[in-house]
Design a protein around this ligand. Structure first.
Ligand SMILES: *Cc1c(COP(=O)(O)O)cnc(C)c1O
Length: 232
């Protein structure tokens, strides 16, 4: 069995080193442990080892595991279909993957029904890859403004991205740098429901580069829980 506690120790140490390397503190980078395909038992080991934030990319997995997992902050990090918002609106503390007004409007509606304000991140895709969800820079600004104008139950906390595949780590660095620029730019928008606090970028294979580029929320799965086996 995977040594989840041991792996977490290694990841936390790496996060600390990367943060300090660029003049920041370990506490400034939030670790979101991505537990897709993992059991509640495995997730609870991570929580006992200090994990405070859990990420899932499927609505069904959040619903299946929610009651069996110890109290923790849940993050929806995967593509979210509008018709499934209602199942997780009262379970997650933040939705990272908002990439359309239609989705935001549904989140706003459901949050209103529960009397809550939902924290969201806008998922950007500055590499403009066809295959990935997310939106372009110009679309991002328009979407942020539309949400602020019309969605009173949503607080925009920052941006999220998934780096495109690249053979050369330098390419990823440029990509992350572009997203950081957008983050700094949009963070200047003056509105009570815009409170840029999170730049969610970096996964198991690229989180050191992401932190160096300015990420303060890394989503790490396999480096903590082991390689995923989808046929399990
Ligand atoms: C699975 C996933 C991760 C974590 O990936 P690892 O390579 O296992 O660290 C991060 N972000 C999203 C959106 C994911 O779906």
């Amino acid at each position: 069995m995977e040594d989840i506690r041991g792996n977490l120790g290694i990841i936390n140490e790496q996060i600390k080193l990367c943060a300090e390397k660029c003049g920041r503190k370990a506490e400034d980078v939030l670790l979101c442990a991505v537990s897709k395909t993992r059991t509640p038992e495995e997730i609870n080991i991570a929580i006992d080892a200090g994990v405070t934030d859990i990420g899932e990319n499927k609505v069904q997995e959040i619903m299946d595991k929610f009651d069996a997992v110890k109290p923790v902050k849940w993050h929806m990090i995967g593509h979210l279909q509008t018709n499934k918002v209602k199942y997780i609106i009262d379970k997650v503390s933040m939705i990272h993957s908002v990439d359309s007004y239609k989705l935001a409007a549904e989140i706003n509606k459901r949050a209103g029904q529960h009397g809550i304000v939902m924290d969201i991140l806008i998922q950007v895709n500055s590499a403009e890859e066809e295959s990935k969800f997310g939106i372009t820079t110009a679309e991002t600004e328009a979407l942020i403004k539309e949400i602020l104008d019309t969605c009173e139950n949503i607080r925009i906390k920052g941006l999220m991205c998934i780096a495109p595949y690249a053979d050369d780590p330098e390419d990823i660095k440029v990509y992350f740098g572009d997203v950081k620029k957008q983050y700094d730019e949009f963070g200047k928008i003056d509105h009570p429901m815009l409170d840029f606090k999170y730049l969610s970028m970096g996964m198991s294979h690229d989180f050191p580069v992401a932190i160096e580029a300015g990420s303060n929320l890394v989503r790490v799965g396999s480096a903590i829980f082991g390689e995923r086996n989808y046929n399990k």
